[in-house]
Design a protein around this ligand. Sequence first.
Ligand code: PLP
Length: 451
Amino acid sequence: MTLINKGTAYWQSLDRAHHWHPFTDTKGLNQAGARVMTKGEGVYLWDSEGNKILDGMSGLWCVALGYGNEELIEAATQQMRDLAFYNTFFKTTHPPAAELAQKIAEVTPEGLNRIFFSSSGSEANDTVVRMVRHFWVLEGKPEKNWIIGRKNGYHGSTLVGASLGGMGPMHAQGGPMLANVAHINQPYWYGDDSGLTEDDFGIVRARELEAKILELGADKVAAFIAEPIQGAGGVIIPPATYWPEIQRICQKYDVLIIADEVICGFGRTGQWFGSHTLGIQPDLMPMAKGLSSGYLPLSAVAVGDRVANTLIEKGGEFYHGYTYSGHPVSAAVALAAIRIMQRDRIVDRVRDDIGPYFQQQLRTLADHPLVGRIDGIGLIAGIALVENKTPKTFFKDGDAVGLACRDHCFNNGLIMRAVGSRMVLAPPLIISRAEVDELVAKVRHCFDLTA
Ligand code: PLP
């Protein structure tokens, strides 16, 4: 379909009247009107006013292969012609689901060999909770049903996803949250003033997990869920000591590790999964976003052999699934996306070339008066904005500063997200060096406008 340009005001008026946006103050939005996006190509978007915008966020951390990829379009079109839909319930499968499950098992860490499909990251996390709780029942430990997550962690916005996550405003709405979920602090060293070294801080924060397990009772704790690198919480890269200590604690108390790879998965950190980059050995891995490069909704849970064997051998029917589990068109697109990534060695490129270049160029911003610290690896980064560098002083109204900076970006041809006063970037994995240069120059300009 060729878009007929009816004009920004037309779409905004429909939007204002009927469209209820997620994570949006609709009353506030209605005064200003939503920005209308109409086209994407490579790392760029265009709005209905013809403005060209460099997408420093890959949509919502998902458009890994950039916009307008003909091979993905072709994969979807062909699959729609062949078989637009069939379910994977009741003893049926189809080639895209079967082949994609094999392909995912090929790229996940060793020992994760069973793949359960759904459509969103939130659904994948609902699936994970049902799996781990049922696993412990089948192991004869039905009381082992608590799940520990982290403050400021994000695991989706269904009731289960919001409960696992540690976002205060989400807990405040639509409660009560899911029972038997607890949270520990996040490992954000720069945001802390305890005076500990980064390494010691990593150990201290990891040991909060041990304290929580002992408080609840090890025989009551089913699993720990965390993002390898916290994304929506502001791209928090934990100290190097953190994950090895978490791993040790989980092993000691037989607590399953759920590594939520919805953002970190599929090359973002320079390896296939954040678990590879951070040395995590997860028992279950929810994934979404980069899996289908955001072209169609698709998510999955990769399940480790221990959990899968028990559930499959002892569990009988698993009373769980979604109409669109393994949707053939989404699966065909994801299969094509992984094949492109393998053929074009995209993960290697993020690890060895464009990721290091992006990180190095971003660090040229360290001299800017607003920049307190830059964290990042591969093609994901978080920049802490501060009022004062020494002594380090955070803005009292960090949210307002972050939002002002985000709006300057938006009005100057760059999408960069604000999480409080942390500015966050995750550009498409296909970004070129010249586009990285353009992105960094735009960031500097927008910091100047914010300062
Ligand atoms: N898990 C993580 C780590 C996420 O970042 C997100 C979304 O940003 C989700 C889960 C939820 O995914 P979805 O929005 O597809 O439900």
